[in-house]
Design a protein around this ligand. Structure first.
Ligand code: GDP
Ligand code: CA
Length: 330
């Protein structure tokens, strides 16, 4: 099937996302889908089984964010949440370390039901998108159908992602990250089908401001993912999650320091450029880091704009700005 839209401005924007900064960017872009359809490719490395249910934290954050149902104060889970089931589980000495709200649990139950009926992960995500009223033109696709599980090698030994992230609150110093199962994974067939639909014109790819080790790594490390994206992309843009030497939330800056990298926008840029040679065309830094642009060689196309999306209007401004940048070939 050939993508049936004539205007080049309607070629999809493909956004790679974790559950934090990337999900916020996806939410801002979900208001621009009349201008340009968006495909959000979500991190599967955080997925895990809990109470017999498959939980997909980053995919779910993107679903909640793009459907306007994310709890903005917490930055995860659904707004207007209640915790009766969790309280009852705790009261019965069940596992309560992972906070599952009642409404959130409803989504996990529906996912389990669809999976039991034989639906694949992309199909389930599509069903959940529809039921949550994710805007038309916004397609959320988990990066792969295979199981990829992030594990962190720390100074205290190896931990499963949720043990590290929730159980230990990212405290143990990180030495390495491994993505269990990634060697046998392949890009989601639904993603490839969506990309094939635009075979006659190049897409643009945006790496959301997500943790490069814990959110983008499990997506970009899937065999074939880099070449499928780069081979079809007109422009690949990466938005920095490091602002003024810090992460707005989560361990990205801490991990950079632990791995011996400079925790800064230039440090992030040079690490990504070395890890994925020739993949990114354009680097987007926050205004706060404008003064550091001159520290990188001119060969890096660095652009600077406001990116702190917790501030009113900034997400919408960043979404428009990215669409403008991506409307021109590099
Ligand atoms: P996780 O799945 O919750 O770990 O989230 P992500 O990997 O998607 O995002 C975590 C990163 O998002 C952190 O390093 C934050 O600094 C970054 N981040 C969160 N909100 C924003 C924002 O509004 N702007 C930018 N530039 N980065 C953000
Ligand atoms: Ca995550």
């Amino acid at each position: 099937m050939v993508y049936a839209v004539d205007k080049p401005s309607q070629v999809p924007l493909v956004v790679l996302s974790g559950g934090g900064g990337g999900a916020r960017l996806a939410a801002a872009l979900s208001k621009c889908t009349a201008q340009r359809p968006v495909i959000v490719v979500t991190n599967i490395g955080d997925d895990f089984e809990h109470l017999g249910l498959l939980i997909c934290p980053d995919t779910d954050s993107v679903l909640y964010a793009t459907s306007g149902k994310l709890d903005r104060d917490r930055g995860w889970g659904r707004e207007g949440e209640s915790w009766q089931v969790l309280d009852a589980i705790q009261g019965m000495a069940g596992p309560s370390w992972f906070q599952l709200g009642d409404k959130d649990l409803a989504l996990h139950l529906l996912r389990a039901e669809q999976l039991r009926k034989g639906c694949d992960l992309a199909g389930v995500t599509q069903v959940l998108s529809e039921r949550l009223d994710v805007p038309e033109g916004m397609t959320v696709i988990p990066a792969t159908e295979q199981s990829v599980r992030t594990r962190v090698v720390t100074e205290e030994g190896e931990l499963a992602f949720q043990e590290y992230f929730v159980g230990r609150r990212c405290e143990p110093a990180l030495r390495d990250v491994v993505y269990e199962g990634i060697g046998d994974a392949s890009p989601s067939p639904s993603l490839l089908a969506a990309l094939d639909a635009c075979v006659d014109r190049p897409i643009d790819v945006v790496l959301g401001p997500s943790n490069p080790f814990l959110s983008l790594g499990p997506i970009l490390g899937i065999p074939g993912m880099l070449s499928e994206l780069r081979g079809r992309a007109r422009r690949v843009v990466a938005v920095s999650p490091i602002i003024g030497g810090r992460a707005l939330k989560g361990p990205a800056a801490k991990i950079m320091t632990e791995l011996g990298l400079p925790a800064s926008a230039p440090g992030w840029t040079q690490w990504l450029a070395k890890r994925y040679p020739g993949f990114v065309d354009t680097w987007v830094w926050d205004d706060a880091d404008r003064g550091l642009v001159a520290t990188l060689p001119d060969s890096y196309d660095v652009r600077v704009t406001a990116t702190v999306m917790s501030e009113p209007g900034i997400g919408e401004g960043l979404a428009d700005w990215l669409l403008e940048v991506c409307s021109v070939a590099p």
